[in-house]
Design a protein around this ligand. Structure first.
Ligand SMILES: NC(=O)c1ccc[n+]([C@@H]2O[C@H](COP(=O)([O-])OP(=O)(O)OC[C@H]3O[C@@H](n4cnc5c(N)ncnc54)[C@H](O)[C@@H]3O)[C@@H](O)[C@H]2O)c1
Length: 447
C-alpha cells in the first residue's frame, strides 16, 4: 500500500483516484475547482462515467479516498503524485496549452519535503518531460525527486474498467528508483500477470501515446473516407469495414464508419501532434495526419447532407430530433461532441434540432445553451420531421420499443443514424426508413 495523490481530478484524474483506492492505496485527490472538489469529497461524481459513482462512494465512505484543493496537503501526505491535469489545445491550435501541467508542477516541487515520485499521466507532446525534469533540477528543495511519464490510454465510458484492467502500462523513466515506484503503485495489476509493463525512456513514452491516438484516428478517418466512396457508388461501407477487418493485419477495432471522432482527447491530441511533428521536420508524417484531420472535419458536413437527402430536400424550418449529445456513449462528456457538431450544422441550414441525451443533458445545456433540449427521447421526437441518432447509447440503438413508441409522434418515419450503430430491424418493422453514412437507405419492402 502506498500513499498517493492525484493532482487534477477531471475525467481522467477522478476515476484514476478512485481506482487507486480500489487497488488498496491511500489516496488524496487535489482539485483546483472548489465546487468539483466539494462534490467529489461528498462521494458524488461531478460527471457521468460508467462504474465511477459506485467506486467513488465506496472509497470516500471508508476514508481511503479524500479530496482537497490544497496542494501542500498532498505534498505532505503522498510518496507518489499522479499528475492528471488538462492539456487543452492552444487557442491558435498550434500545440498544447501546457499551463496546467507547468502550473501544477511548479507549485508542487517546492512543497516537497521528503522523497517523492511524480508520475505524469496527462497527454503531452514530445519534449515536455525534459522541460519538467529541468523544473525539478531547478526547484526541488530535496534530492530524491523522481519523474516518470506514464501516459494513459483509457477510453471514456470505460475509465474505471480500463484503469483497473489496462491493456498495457507504459512508463518513461530514467532511474531504478522511478521504476521501483511505478512497479509498486501498479503491483496489484502487474501481479495478475496479464498486463505488460513497458519501461522506456520519457521521449518514447510521449511519442507512444501520441502515436496510439494518431493510429486510431487514422483507422477512423480511413473507414470514413471509404464511406464517402461507398456513398458515391451505392455500396455498403459497413460490409466493407466488416470484410476488411477480418484480415488480422487490419482488425475490426476502431472501424465503425460514421460522423468521426470527437471528445476531449482525440481531436486535440491529433491536432497537437500533427503540429509538433511538422515543427520537428517530420513532414511526411505531418501530411498523413493532416489528411486524417481533414477527413474528420468533413464528417459533420457529410452527416448534414445525409439528413437533407433522407428528408428529400432542404431542411430549413424543419424540426429534427437529435438523440444524443455526449461525444460517445458511457459518458456525460460533451467536449467536441460529434452529435453537437451535427446539431450546429443543422442550425446552419435553418433547421431546429431538439436534443435529448440520457446522461449528458446537463452538460450540453451548460456548454451549449444555444440549442433546444427535451427531457426525454419521446419529448424530443414529438412533432419532429425526422429523427437523428447522434450518440450510440444502447437505449437508442438497441431498444425495440423506441421505434414503435416514436412512430406516431413524428411527421415522417425517417431515422438518420450518423453512428452506423442502430440495430435497424425493429425500426424497419415499425415502418421507418433507416439512413446511415456510406450505406444505401433501408426501407421495409411493401408488397
Ligand atoms: N479524458 C480522458 O479519457 C483521457 C484519456 C487519456 C488521457 N487523457 C489526458 O489526461 C489529461 C486530463 O484530461 P481530462 O479529460 O481529465 O481533463 P479535465 O479538464 O476533465 O480535467 C483536468 C482537471 O485538472 C484540474 N486542475 C488544473 N490545474 C490544477 C492544479 N494545479 N491542481 C489541481 N487541479 C488542477 C482542473 O480543474 C480539471 O478538473 C489530459 O492531458 C488528457 O489529454 C485524458
Amino acid at each position: 500500500m502506498m500513499r498517493v495523490s492525484v493532482i487534477g481530478c477531471g475525467h481522467l484524474g477522478a476515476p484514476h483516484a478512485a481506482a487507486m483506492a480500489e487497488l488498496g492505496h491511500e489516496v488524496i485527490g487535489v482539485e483546483l475547482d472548489p465546487e468539483k472538489c466539494k462534490t467529489l469529497a461528498a462521494g458524488v461524481p461531478p460527471f457521468y462515467e460508467a462504474g465511477f459513482a459506485d467506486l467513488l462512494a465506496k472509497h470516500t465512505s471508508t476514508g481511503r479516498l479524500r479530496f482537497t484543493t490544497d496542494l501542500a496537503e498532498a505534498a505532505e501526505f503522498a510518496d507518489l503524485h499522479f499528475l492528471a491535469v488538462g492539456t487543452p489545445l492552444r487557442e491558435d491550435g498550434r500545440g498544447y496549452d501546457v499551463a496546467q501541467v507547468l502550473g501544477a508542477f511548479s507549485a508542487l516541487i517546492p512543497l516537497l519535503s521528503r522523497p517523492a515520485t511524480i508520475v505524469g499521466k496527462s497527454t503531452v507532446t514530445v519534449g515536455t518531460v525534459a522541460r519538467l525534469q529541468q523544473i525539478i533540477n531547478d526547484l526541488a528543495p530535496i534530492a530524491d525527486v523522481e519523474l516518470v511519464w506514464n501516459p494513459e490510454f483509457l477510453r471514456e465510458g470505460h475509465a474505471v474498467e480500463d484503469t483497473l484492467y489496462p491493456d498495457r502500462i507504459v512508463a518513461g523513466l530514467s532511474s531504478t528508483q522511478a521504476r521501483a515506484a511505478i512497479e509498486e503503485v501498479y503491483a496489484p495489476i502487474l501481479a495478475r500477470g496479464d498486463v505488460e509493463l513497458i519501461v522506456t525512456d520519457p521521449a518514447t513514452a510521449e511519442v507512444l501515446k501520441s502515436a496510439a491516438n494518431a493510429f486510431l484516428t487514422t483507422k477512423i478517418s480511413f473507414i470514413n473516407a471509404m464511406a464517402e466512396v461507398c456513398e458515391i457508388v451505392g455500396a455498403d461501407v459497413n460490409t466493407v469495414a466488416y470484410g476488411i477487418g477480418i484480415d488480422k493485419r487490419i482488425g475490426h477495432g476502431g472501424m465503425r464508419p460514421g460522423i468521426g471522432y470527437g471528445g476531449g482527447c482525440l481531436p486535440k491530441d491529433v491536432a497537437a501532434f500533427t503540429h509538433r511533428i511538422d515543427e520537428l521536420g517530420a513532414h511526411e508524417a505531418h501530411r498523413l495526419l493532416s489528411a486524417v484531420e481533414s477527413v474528420n472535419a468533413s464528417r459533420a458536413r457529410a452527416a448534414v447532407e445525409l439528413v437533407e437527402k433522407a428528408h428529400g430536400g432542404p431542411i430549413a424550418g424543419r424540426t429534427i430530433a437529435v438523440l444524443g449529445a455526449a461525444f460517445k456513449a458511457g459518458t456525460s462528456d460533451v467536449r467536441d461532441s460529434p452529435a453537437l457538431r451535427l446539431a450546429a450544422g443543422l442550425v446552419e441550414r435553418g433547421a431546429v434540432p431538439v436534443i435529448y441525451d440520457p446522461e449528458a443533458l446537463e452538460a450540453a445545456r451548460e456548454f451549449h445553451p444555444e440549442f433546444a433540449y427535451a427531457d426525454t427521447a419521446i419529448h424530443a421526437v414529438t412533432g419532429a420531421d425526422l429523427v437523428v441518432l447522434g450518440t450510440e447509447w444502447p437505449e437508442f440503438t438497441a431498444d425495440p420499443d423506441l421505434p414503435l413508441d416514436a412512430a406516431d409522434l413524428v411527421h415522417r418515419k425517417v431515422v438518420v443514424d450518423v453512428r452506423n450503430a442502430l440495430q435497424s430491424g425493429p425500426w424497419l418493422i415499425a415502418g421507418w426508413e433507416v439512413w446511415q453514412l456510406g450505406r444505401p437507405p433501408q426501407r421495409t419492402q411493401v408488397r
